[in-house]
Design a binder for this molecule. Structure first.
Ligand SMILES: Nc1ncnc2c1ncn2[C@@H]1O[C@H](COP(=O)(O)OP(=O)(O)OP(=O)(O)O)[C@@H](O)[C@H]1O
Ligand SMILES: [Mg+2]
Length: 341
């Protein structure tokens, strides 16, 4: 009863704590937060940590802090690696969108990887409660992404969705509002950046940061070679130690990205092997749907199609599919109960 009354006043929230971005969806408003998942933390001489900046305010500090300040990325490979910092981020962002009024305790729905352990689930629930939630629901990320992609998951038909984010590719076959087979493949867009850093070091003796590698990926990166393109990249020469710039081709970048794409293709094949034949043939007929930031890599659909032999579609505006999907689940008690884990 009390919960129902509070519900009249609260602004329920859907949360997706991603490796690269934290997104919050609020009823009647849509996505209200989409910020880098980065926290700048000061550690005093007794080892106590205090938050200095979060999200877009903390991002420029990455790699530019004095020795007692650390920039922490609390999510690794799509799962929470530093619960204390992740909770601090959550508390700050929830306060920002929801104010401090304790009477307005929201319901919170959180997207989690399919393979999340009971201990991790409990920790997420506890963190949300401390951030002010009166009720917490957890939804598998691939199911959330499928709802966000408007797939008819209530039907007895198999759909395969891959959410390729910064830290992981979350692969799921879904039917009747449930996950039939799933796998989280570590490595997404940030592993692609890392592969570019390694390629520049090995081929050009050039040391660059992840930000430069990401810029190169966005500028000329593609999953398959395309008309010739080049980009100038500045870094530190590993032989002389002084700044230097080199001309890098799109083909160099494509070659560097291939192993990351192979890993996603292998993950999709593995999930299909664990899918009952009837549902697998639905997938073969309707194809694979890609969402998440890194699914926008040029020609990724074609590169994956060639590797797995199935049609592949990239959802337009699919970056925030998971948080939009759990937001939609928040609007229907029936759907929320069916998809919660
Ligand atoms: N046009 C693009 N081409 C290639 N990569 C892109 C593009 N746009 C964004 N990305 C990459 O997408 C990644 C971020 O995606 P997203 O915001 O979905 O991740 P996330 O949800 O925070 O991570 P995860 O779900 O893995 O925990 C980054 O690595 C970014 O470089
Ligand atoms: Mg994500």
């Amino acid at each position: 009863m009390l919960s129902a009354v509070l519900g009249l006043f609260s602004q329920d929230l859907a949360l997706d704590l991603g490796t690269s971005h934290t997104r919050i969806w609020m009823r009647n408003h849509g996505v209200v937060i989409d910020e880098p998942t980065v926290v700048a933390v000061h550690r005093n001489t007794r080892g106590r940590r205090k938050v200095l900046a979060i999200g877009k305010d903390a991002l420029p500090m990455l790699g530019r802090t004095p020795h007692d300040v650390h920039t922490v990325k609390p999510i690794k490979d799509g799962r929470i690696a530093d619960f204390e910092v992740a909770e601090a981020l959550l508390v700050h962002l929830v306060r920002r969108v929801h104010g401090r009024n304790s009477l307005m305790s929201p319901r919170m729905v959180v997207a989690v990887p399919c393979s999340t352990s009971d201990v991790e689930r409990r920790a997420v629930r506890d963190s949300c409660k401390r951030a002010g939630a009166r009720e917490v629901h957890l939804v598998p990320r691939s199911l959330a992404a499928a709802i966000g992609a408007n797939l008819p998951i209530e039907q007895p038909r198999g759909h395969l969705v891959v959410d390729i984010g910064g830290g992981a590719a979350e692969i799921g076959v879904l039917s009747l509002r449930g996950v039939v087979a799933s796998k989280s493949v570590p490595g997404g867009g940030e592993a692609m950046d890392e592969a570019i850093v390694t390629m520049l070091r090995d081929r050009f003796d050039l040391l660059v940061g992840h930000g430069t590698a990401e810029r190169l990926k966005l500028e000329i990166g593609a999953a398959m070679t395309r008309p010739p393109a080049t980009s100038r990249v500045a870094g530190r020469c590993l032989r002389t130690g002084v700044p230097r710039a080199v001309e890098v081709s799109a083909e160099d970048v494509t070659t560097a990205l291939a192993p990351a794409i192979d890993a996603i293709a292998a993950g999709i094949r593995e999930v299909l092997e664990g899918t009952p034949p009837g549902l697998a043939s639905d997938v073969a007929e309707h194809g694979v749907v890609l969402v998440g930031g890194a699914s926008s890599l040029r020609r990724l659909d074609i590169a994956l199609r060639d590797r797995i032999g199935l049609p592949v579609m990239v959802l337009d505006e699919g970056r925030a599919a998971a948080v939009t999907g759990i937001g939609r689940a928040l609007e229907s008690r029936d759907l929320l109960e069916a998809v919660s884990c």
